[in-house]
Design a protein. Structure first.
Length: 254
């Protein structure tokens, strides 16, 4: 049985049915632009549009959110409207979609997918996935167990919120070339490595498709650095995995 995954981002909302046992999309993903302002009701309508494209109704849905999520409630909202803070997102989306909905942090979802099916599969010790996009998301694992809602993109780096300097949005807005941007990413990775001493960094987000443009330029980091194997589909897959684990779905699908 497939489970539907939706990835809410600061610029786009995308989703697709997922074979959670294989970690693969079973249909081509569908994407809409994130509404501006990205209020809870507007985003819920956009998520409903994504599901309607597949005729999905009444079955479990996993949804990622770009912020801290505790018990289905959104606690922060860095790259969407601040009115999301304190919202029962699982309840809101469940009512709007008429489906059982599981909500989790977007980078945590991508990390779950990469640990189960991707670049971090079978890796023990400390693993950190970082998604570079509108902001920087993070997922921290120790021996395969997730420490949720780490939000390492908001570490201070040289007097700035790290994601304002090293995200791909910063690269695009400032017109940075790959070399200049890689130096910023390198400084950020070195800072995170100093704090957590991971054995592996997995680099996700849309920019992971172009890993050959910048990963070879990063120096002075001891940890292994690899691109996300599921690339920008990792959030969708991880969201579906979380929904499958929450049920109700057949055990074989989880």
């Amino acid at each position: 049985m497939d489970v539907f995954g939706v990835d809410i981002g600061g610029s786009g909302i995308k989703g697709a049915p997922v074979d959670v046992a294989r970690g693969e999309l079973t249909e081509e993903r569908f994407k809409v632009l994130t509404p501006q302002p990205a209020t809870p009701d507007a985003v819920a309508d956009a998520v409903a549009e994504v599901l309607a494209n597949f005729g999905w109704s009444g079955k479990p849905v996993g949804v990622t959110f770009p912020g801290v999520v505790v018990g289905g409630t959104t606690r922060t909202a860095a790259n969407v409207d601040k009115s999301w803070v304190g919202v029962d997102a699982a309840g809101l989306l469940g009512e709007r979609l008429s489906c059982p909905v599981t909500v989790l942090n977007d980078a945590d979802a991508a990390g779950l997918a990469e640990v189960r099916h991707g670049a971090a599969r079978g890796r023990d010790g400390t693993v950190i996935l970082l998604t570079f996009g509108t902001g920087i998301g993070s997922a921290l694992f120790t021996d395969g167990t997730l420490v949720p809602n780490t939000e390492l993109g908001h570490l201070e780096l040289h007097g700035h919120d790290a994601e304002t300097r090293a995200s791909t949005r910063a690269k695009d807005e400032e017109g940075l070339n790959w070399t200049h941007w890689a130096r910023r990413v390198q400084r950020y990775l070195a800072h995170v490595e100093m704090l957590f001493s991971p054995g592996l960094f997995v680099i996700g987000g849309g920019v992971s498709r172009k890993a050959d443009k910048f990963l070879p330029l990063i120096e002075g980091v001891s940890a292994e650095i690899v691109p996300a194997r599921l690339q920008n589909n990792a959030g969708i897959v991880g969201a579906a995995m979380a929904a499958a684990a929450a049920g109700p779905v057949p055990a074989a699908a989880a």
